[in-house]
Design a protein around this ligand. Sequence first.
Ligand code: CUA
Length: 335
Amino acid sequence: MPLRLPPLAGLLALWLAGCDGPQSALQPAGQGAERIANVFWWMLGGAACVWLIMIGLAIQSIRTSAEGPAIRRTRLLIIGGGTLLPTIVLTTLLLYSLPLLPELLARPPEDALRIDVHGKMWWWRVSYPGEDHPGSDDELEAVELANEIRLPVGEPVEFRLTSDDVIHAFWIPSLGGKVDMFPGRQTRLTLHPTKTGTFRGACAEYCGDSHALMNFDVIVMARDEFNEWLAKQRAPARSPSTENARRGQQLFLQSGCPACHTVRGMAERSRIAPDLTHVGSRQTIGASILANDEGQFAHWIANVDDIKPGVRMPHFKMLPDDDIAAIAAFLEELQ
Ligand code: CUA
């Protein structure tokens, strides 16, 4: 039975809705993504033209008799439509898209912001390098966070990408193209965000059990707000303010968490797992899986291996609920 119009319109709306949202390459918020989206629309237009012409020729061939004077016209159509036209259309589209490559691979100016990102199974270590302190010999503290990247709008930024285990691929569809991350090698990607907002990045290379649970949040902000945020991130962790959070801090330190996690100013022994110095200020937890609040944090600590299969962090189901809640309260205070 042929599809009636309302279901067809519904399907079309559903299909178009898939092009929407914070992870859409067709809603560009960066220079690279704008150019890539342009190429996509031109390619789509070219493909639609070729398709329509081919359908026209197919209908024409059904209606035309294979005998008589029409045969010459049909041969011309086959040569024109089947050989010449695709060659012209494909060459034009190729010539349009090729100049894009050097532009997308261009290096930013020397003073551009540089951010190191390490792909891990299955999260992202994000490092903002230290800086010279204006008017002092001291260096401003380097900042390390996980699964969240903040950028100033209207400025180029260079990502230096690598992996500590398997091949991952770094992709923020709203801002630009994707680049693979290899163990033992550094690749680079320059992006130039043009709009403020919250976007979503993802791993675009299958990398094991929780590949699909390896995402990150990208927040593009005005320069002033970005400076303010970065200055706060450079500061050491703040001390807990409530009795429950203080108990959580003690439990955190006694339960072995610092063997893997750093909290600058409290526990700085290990860089195996995400730096938690300001974990309470992040948008999400678990690589953009859960909302960042006390309830979800407690759920994460207790059931981490159910939430993210194959994760290296052990679960802490053996701790009483109120101990886990206290640890979650302590971590949420790390703003
Ligand atoms: Cu990392 Cu897929």
